[in-house]
Design a protein around this ligand. Structure first.
Ligand SMILES: NC(=O)c1ccc[n+]([C@@H]2O[C@H](COP(=O)([O-])OP(=O)(O)OC[C@H]3O[C@@H](n4cnc5c(N)ncnc54)[C@H](OP(=O)(O)O)[C@@H]3O)[C@@H](O)[C@H]2O)c1
Length: 257
């Protein structure tokens, strides 16, 4: 894995492992392949007709192999399998020491009232971290893969936000740069434990779908310095800064980046 100080250019040499070849996995793979990354898909059945088709459509030297092999080859590994299958898969990826494991899954199911409910007490990403203590697990939260296929631009109303939660600054910045290159807006969502809120956000995102509405509401976040200027003028701030306030991750587009 490259470190922050090695710079942006060398990130493009990375091999990306993608666990799961469905809707989300293939969208991530195709987007990153176009940017020049080496894509290695992990699949239950890498030689199936369907997976071969995904590999062909991804192009740019993409290949498919087993889940474990793909995870071992990737510097960054995206997890894009349904939650009920996740534990068995995430526990058998081998030694992932130092690798970024980007969790794109959402652990929800439909409750009896038709709305989504969480299937876990904490979050998908925290559980995946428990199962892989030596990996650097980051939440990569984007509820709709269609925005990877066709990113929305500033001219079209704004880039769609991908909320990235994680405990380590440099890997988070690396994943943010990758996200930015995909045409999406990386947003620093704090430490990994806040991925619970991102899982909950995805449950809210699904509301218009399960209501059968013809419109959805996209997650576009706007930069603003309003609160920062209010806070600096205040004699009595109503919260204390986070423990790492002096060492925050810098994402593309940040005023300080
Ligand atoms: N679709 C989206 O827009 C979207 C957006 C954000 C997040 N997500 C999340 O991403 C994860 C994957 O969603 P998806 O929409 O990509 O699902 P999907 O189209 O059904 O694909 C999931 C892939 O996971 C693998 N898999 C392993 N065990 C499986 C099992 N028991 N049943 C089905 N597939 C299994 C399969 O790949 P192989 O056959 O190659 O092993 C399959 O192609 C979910 O947790 C979902 O919440 C999806």
């Amino acid at each position: 894995m490259h470190t922050h100080s090695e710079g942006q250019e060398q990130d493009t040499e990375n091999v990306i492992g993608i666990i799961g070849t469905g809707d989300l996995g293939s969208s991530v793979g195709m987007s990153l392949a176009k940017l020049g990354y080496q894509i290695v898909y992990g699949s239950r059945d890498p030689s199936s007709k369907r997976v071969k088709q995904v590999v062909r459509m991804t192009g740019h030297g993409a290949r498919a192999t087993s889940y474990k092999d793909a995870a071992q080859q990737g510097d960054i590994v995206f997890l894009a399998v349904p939650w009920p299958a996740m534990e068995q898969i995430a526990r058998t990826l081998g030694d992932l020491t130092g690798k970024i494991l980007a969790d794109g899954s959402f652990p929800f199911r439909q409750a009896t009232d038709g709305y989504m409910e969480s299937m876990v007490e904490t979050s998908s990403a925290e559980l995946i971290q428990n199962w892989n203590p030596h990996a650097i697990v980051l939440k990569w939260s984007l509820p709709g893969s269609n925005w990877i296929d066709e990113p929305s631009t500033e001219e079209e109303g704004g880039r769609i936000a991908v909320w990235i939660a994680g405990n380590d600054r440099a890997p988070k910045e690396k994943l943010a740069r990758l996200t930015d290159r995909m045409g999406l807006e990386p947003f620093d969502a704090g430490p990994l434990r806040l991925s619970r809120e991102l899982d909950a956000q995805a449950i809210l995102y699904m509301v218009p779908f399960v209501q059968g509405r013809k419109e959805t509401w996209e997650l576009i976040v706007r930069r603003s310095d309003f609160f920062a200027s209010q806070m600096s003028d205040s004699d009595e701030p109503w919260f204390r800064p986070v423990y790492d306030a002096g060492n925050l991750a810098e994402f593309p587009g940040d005023a300080s980046a």
